[in-house]
Design a protein around this ligand. Structure first.
Ligand code: DMJ
Length: 644
């Protein structure tokens, strides 16, 4: 049988539609177009095809969100500081939370009043949400509703209020005002209203967690679900002491009930030693100290003992992972190395657990790690490589030095262990002082054109002007050292670096810092800070507001509070999800479409909001820095009494 001719095919149509004008004229138009196309010469057809292809390519190239969105999906939920990336008589208890909250009145700020007056129309950027489009309509309605109900200043959609009118927020600002000017600008009631604003932010984050991820590790606020890392209610535990400090008694009680009835560590799960130590063990220990509630100490003892198998390695340098149900530890699948910061930033917690339980094994295990690292060759002027082998206890991947991911909290814990132990351990102090000299000699540079002091990286003798946002813990640590009697020039450096970290926020279009920046050093540069496409995300990290807190505590310069206030406003504007929670974002340079990553890290509640609250409080006894030392996840642990 012959195949039907084109004419045969075209004439086949369903009964009843043959004479229908609409269908027939459409068909006719199609045929006539085809005839016209056929009448063109081959050259004309090739030219038209070329133009169509070029227009298509041009369209793709000028639509960055597509590629960024795809990259965002590819990045998955990986936290870039994640240290397991493949590759080489107590101080007095604080008052009950409701008493501490009394000073802060639930007032509406002028900021809030602005929000419903000057809201521009939301438009196209909302439609560029790729595969999350189904959430658009829902969220758009929710934005307006919640805005009216709560008077919020914004959401992850982009600005809902005029930033400059509201805060001066994301406007580029090269130099800060003088402290006097700032002080003059600070309204009398701002402390109470700012503290309340942080509480509101916390409640919003907590409500999202409660609705969509209760008892799970992390909220995915856009898809209104959760992600599991260890399956241990990570956000809930990380947030416990923040709720206590913010005076959120109701929320605290519901979380406590979950810990009492639901939390079990008798589970066949692999956990990362470092992350579970700083977030879970640290969170439980600090909550025990703040509340005096033995429930938290019992839970801390349980998780602490279950983590101990990690130290059973040939070198006594711990493995990165432990199965807390089976009591078996192991390195990552791809290497027998552990990350430097991971094995050296668990000491505050295990030492405190040892003191509380009077069981020497905890402190002995973590002290051994510090002793070995103190003795190792391969450091440069006190700076340490990023990896250490669990079999032979030697540094690997030598020659690369950073204060960012994989090394950062080693430096922080040298100082903090010294402070925790009553400033007696000279070895820790020596290593810390030497490392800071090493930073000054090898990693410190100034940018062009404005001379911002920054901390770069060194790779086999080659300097790179790259700085992770993670490095912004350093101003706070340096200031803490100076407060504890270390050289005054540490405080000078702290102030310079604090300015730089602030500029990492204020020079971005959203007023939020990217994960990584590169500084220009060439004469004639027009801007100090560059951001690579792959580094434009913001994970709601705490380091800058953490340092602002220390700088404000020690200097009482209100400009640091102002800077933190701007940052909080911008978190509200670009990362707040109307239905509950905050989200990390992919692009701090696009205020129209910051591109939500659909994840709220536990440290946003554990650290970022806690440090913001402490920053806005004028009370130096609200977690006194002479009585407590914060672990690297912002959980305050007592400075040991200086027994004779
Ligand atoms: C937290 O888990 C801790 O602050 C850690 O030391 C670094 N990374 C995150 C926050 O950015």
């Amino acid at each position: 049988m012959q195949p039907p001719s084109r004419q045969d095919y075209v004439s086949l149509s369903l009964p009843g539609l043959e004479s229908g004008g609409y269908n027939n004229s459409k068909q006719w138009r199609r045929q006539s177009c085809w005839r016209k196309w056929k009448q063109l010469s081959r050259l004309q057809r090739s030219l038209i095809l070329c133009i169509v292809v070029l227009l298509f390519i041009f369209g793709l190239a000028t639509y960055p969100t597509v590629t960024e969105h795809l990259r965002g999906l590819g990045d998955g939920e990986q936290d870039t500081d994640s240290k397991d990336i493949p590759g080489p008589t107590f101080p007095p208890l604080l008052p009950e939370p409701d008493k501490m909250a009394q000073s802060a009145l639930p007032e509406q700020t002028s900021q809030r009043k602005l929000s419903t007056e000057s809201r521009p129309v939301l438009h196209n950027h909302l439609q560029r949400r790729g595969n999350a489009s189904e959430v658009v309509a829902e969220n758009k309605a929710a934005v307006v509703k919640e805005d009216l109900e709560e008077g919020v200043t914004g959401s992850w959609h982009g600005p809902l209020v005029d930033t400059n009118q509201a805060t001066g927020g994301a406007k580029s600002k090269e130099k800060d005002d003088s402290p006097d000017d700032q002080e003059a600008k600070l309204p009398q009631d701002s402390e109470a209203s700012r503290l309340e604003e942080v509480r509101q932010a916390f409640r919003h984050a907590w409500n999202g967690y409660k609705q969509f991820s209760w008892g799970h590790d992390e909220l995915r606020p856009i898809s209104k679900t959760y992600s599991e890392w260890f399956g241990l209610g990570l956000t809930l535990i990380d947030a416990l002491d923040t709720m206590w400090l913010l005076g959120l008694k109701e929320e605290f009680e519901e979380a406590r009930a979950w810990v009492a009835t639901e939390l079990t560590f008798d589970k066949n799960v692999d956990v990362n030693l470092f992350e579970s130590t700083i977030r879970i063990l640290g969170g439980l220990l600090s909550t025990y100290h703040l509340t005096g509630d033995a429930l938290f100490l019992d839970k801390a003892k349980d998780i602490g003992s279950r983590l101990m198998p990690a130290f059973n390695t040939p070198s006594k340098i711990p493995y990165s992972d432990v199965n807390i149900g089976k009591g078996i530890a192991h390195p990552p699948r791809w290497t027998s190395d552990s990350t430097l910061s991971e094995v050296t930033s668990i000491q505050l917690e295990f030492r405190e657990l040892g003191r509380l339980t009077q069981d020497p094994q905890y402190e002995a295990a973590v002290d051994e790690v510090m002793k070995q690292i103190h003795k190792l060759d391969g450091k440069q002027d006190g700076l340490v490589p990023m990896f250490i082998n669990t079999n032979n206890g030697q540094f690997t991947h030598q020659g690369v030095y950073t204060l960012g991911a994989r090394a950062d909290s080693y430096y922080e814990y040298l100082l903090k262990q010294w402070i925790q132990g009553g400033k007696k351990d000279h070895q820790l102090l020596e290593d810390y002082l030497q490392a800071i000299e090493g930073v000054k000699k090898n990693l410190l540079q100034k940018s062009s054109p404005h001379g911002l002091t920054f901390v770069g990286e060194l790779s086999h003798g080659q300097f790179s002007p790259k700085m992770d946002h993670l490095v912004c813990f350093l101003p706070g640590t340096l200031a803490l050292g100076a407060h504890n009697g270390l050289p005054a020039d540490h405080m000078d450096l702290a102030k310079e670096l604090m300015e730089t970290c602030y500029q990492m926020y204020v020079q971005m279009e959203t007023g939020l810092s990217p994960e990584i920046v590169h500084f220009n050093m060439h004469e004639g540069s027009t801007r100090d800070i560059e951001v690579k496409l792959a580094d434009r995300h913001n994970l709601l990290r705490p380091e800058t507001v953490e340092s602002l807190f220390y700088l404000y505590r020690f200097t009482e310069d209100h400009k640091y509070q102002e800077w933190g206030w701007e940052i909080l406003q911008n978190f509200n504007k670009y990362t707040k999800v109307p239905s509950g929670g905050y989200t990390s974002i992919n692009n701090v340079r696009d205020p129209e479409y910051p591109s939500p990553r659909d994840k709220m890290e536990s440290f946003f509640l554990g650290e970022t909001l806690k440090y913001l609250y402490l920053l806005f409080s004028h009370d130096p006894d609200l977690v006194s820095l002479d009585q407590y030392v914060f672990n690297t996840e912002a959980h305050p642990l007592p400075i040991w009494p200086t027994a004779a």
